[in-house]
Design a binder for this molecule. Structure first.
Ligand SMILES: Cc1ncc(COP(=O)(O)O)c(C=O)c1O
Length: 483
């Protein structure tokens, strides 16, 4: 049976179900499969014409033992998860007119119109499936820079085995993203708007880690998370790399480039693992905004936390790319002792310099670039006025980074991941288009509908977040569970 271990090596191997329901490993590490499946060219050949759902079934079957989820159950889970997506193909690709062999992969056709729907549609349904089977209840807690929160809330809403606590830095996400969370009236959804977070979403992650470390509280409330800390998110996101590959190549074996607007490295970690498994990817481009955490890692070998800069691509205003540790585990031959030493050193000092050998090994096949707001805004305008296609600020970061690094990328086909719909960022779009009237493409019916509902939300200052959360979560637990 395929087992999962912590990349810090401090817990006994567990099965898939335990890894998913735990979220975090108890030693503060990230769950990884003990071995990654290898996918041959023959296998890729067989998969090349599959639909997204068929492909997801094949790839997930490599990570999930049939004794835990039968083939019929997995198919049903996938069908249910993606039923609310608005495009039959789930992830359409849009070829750009102005750049040769360049495709925008639209990952935003789920119900909350960001790529977080791709991972969370499946993961939340999967968690709920396990809980119903065991007749158990779980308290999910996630921090969001504006997209994980809406998707977690949407897919958890009304599920009686789950409560979802969704924390967001109040002044640092758009009103549209906020409405997506606060307009849900379901009793099991608890948005928490946190004011004055000096480091945005990273501050909220730090408080969640403290709650996890509070053993009594964690056990009583059955605390878990579906942030990209959860293996299920990364596993599910490997699928869209394979899918994109099959959509653009002329023949199996051809190599492609992908540019990924990145913050926490969850999405890129999935791409890197897809390549480790055998997908022919030449370069993965880590596209940062001016919070250049990944550019530092991939250009200089330095993993460090700097002061937060608020940008127009606010969903990637992220300081710590936590999933990098998961990827690194596979680049150092599964050496958990080294990973533990690095993770501990970084927690203690906030900075870490990898030695040249490690740097060379993990950075092979990676490029990185930091994009300024001026570049982001100018590119949104250029592509909209030039070819009538509206990029969201994050997709613009991805495309701008690839424009800058065109020469290093080479002439292979390029897929840029569009991780959100522009309707989530109307102010930025307006600014990019010089205050002109918002185009129809910058609106979405789901956002218009969310604006009509009254808002349900806890408000709190960052300074008192931990006690306020404990109080609110405990009260809710006692009220609903009578304990
Ligand atoms: C729109 C958007 N793009 C990109 C990202 C970055 O994804 P990751 O944290 O997996 O690098 C996020 C979330 O963090 C996001 O919301």
């Amino acid at each position: 049976m395929l087992k999962y271990i912590s990349n810090k090596g401090g817990v006994e191997p567990v099965d898939f179900e335990t890894a998913i329901l735990d979220g975090f490993a108890a030693d503060g590490g990230l769950y990884v499969p003990q071995t990654l499946p290898a996918i041959s060219a023959e296998q890729l050949e067989k998969w090349k014409n599959l639909t997204y759902l068929e492909l997801a079934f094949e790839i997930l079957s490599l990570f999930i033992d049939r004794s835990i989820i039968s083939a019929a159950e997995l198919k049903q889970l996938l069908t249910t998860a993606y039923a609310p997506f608005e495009k039959r193909e789930i992830i359409p690709l849009h070829p750009l007119k102005s750049r040769k062999n360049t495709y925008i992969m639209e990952l935003f056709h789920g119900p909350t119109i960001s790529f977080k729907d791709i991972g969370l549609a499946f993961l939340v349904n999967l968690v709920n499936f396990f809980l119903q089977r065991k007749d158990q209840h779980l308290t999910l807690i996630v921090a969001t820079t504006g997209d994980t929160g809406p998707a977690t809330a949407y897919f958890s809403a009304g599920k009686s085995n789950l409560d979802a606590w969704v924390l967001y830095p109040k002044e640092m996400i758009t009103q549209e993203q906020e409405r997506q969370m606060t307009s849900l009236q379901h009793a099991n959804i608890h948005p928490f708007a946190v004011s004055n977070c000096p480091e945005g979403g990273d501050d909220l992650d730090a408080v969640i880690s403290k709650l996890y470390a509070n053993q009594n509280f964690k056990e009583k409330l059955q605390l878990s998370s579906v942030n990209s800390i959860n293996w299920g998110r990364v596993m599910m996101q490997t699928v869209h790399y394979f899918y994109a590959y099959f959509q653009v190549v002329d023949q199996i074996g051809e190599k492609i480039n992908l540019s990924v607007p990145s913050g926490g490295f969850g999405n890129l970690c999935a791409g890197a693992l897809a390549r480790e498994m055998g997908l022919p990817i030449k370069n993965l481009l880590a596209a940062n905004n001016q919070n250049s955490c990944l550019e530092r890692i991939f250009s200089t070998g330095k993993f460090s936390k700097e002061a937060l800069i608020n940008t127009q691509s606010s969903a990637i205003d992220i300081l710590i790319p936590f999933n990098f540790w998961r990827y690194l585990y596979f680049k150092v031959g599964g050496d958990t002792q080294r990973i533990k030493a690095w993770m501990d050193e970084f927690s203690a000092s906030g900075t870490l310099q990898f030695d040249p050998q490690v740097f060379a090994s993990y950075s092979q096949g990676f490029l990185a670039n930091s994009v300024t707001d001026e570049q982001t805004l100018a590119l949104i305008k250029e592509i909209y006025t030039g070819e009538g296609y509206l990029l969201d600020p994050h997709a613009a970061v991805g495309l701008s980074a690839s424009d800058t690094l065109r020469e290093q990328l080479g002439t292979e086909k390029l897929v840029v991941l569009a991780t959100a719909h522009p309707a989530k960022f109307p102010e930025t779009i307006r600014r990019a288009l010089n205050g002109a009237e918002l185009p129809l493409a910058a609106t979405h019916h789901s956002i218009e509908s969310a604006k009509k509902y009254s808002q349900k939300v806890h408000l709190c200052e960052y300074q008192v977040l931990e006690p306020a959360l404990i109080h609110a979560m405990q009260s809710n637990w006692e009220l609903t569970k009578g304990q």
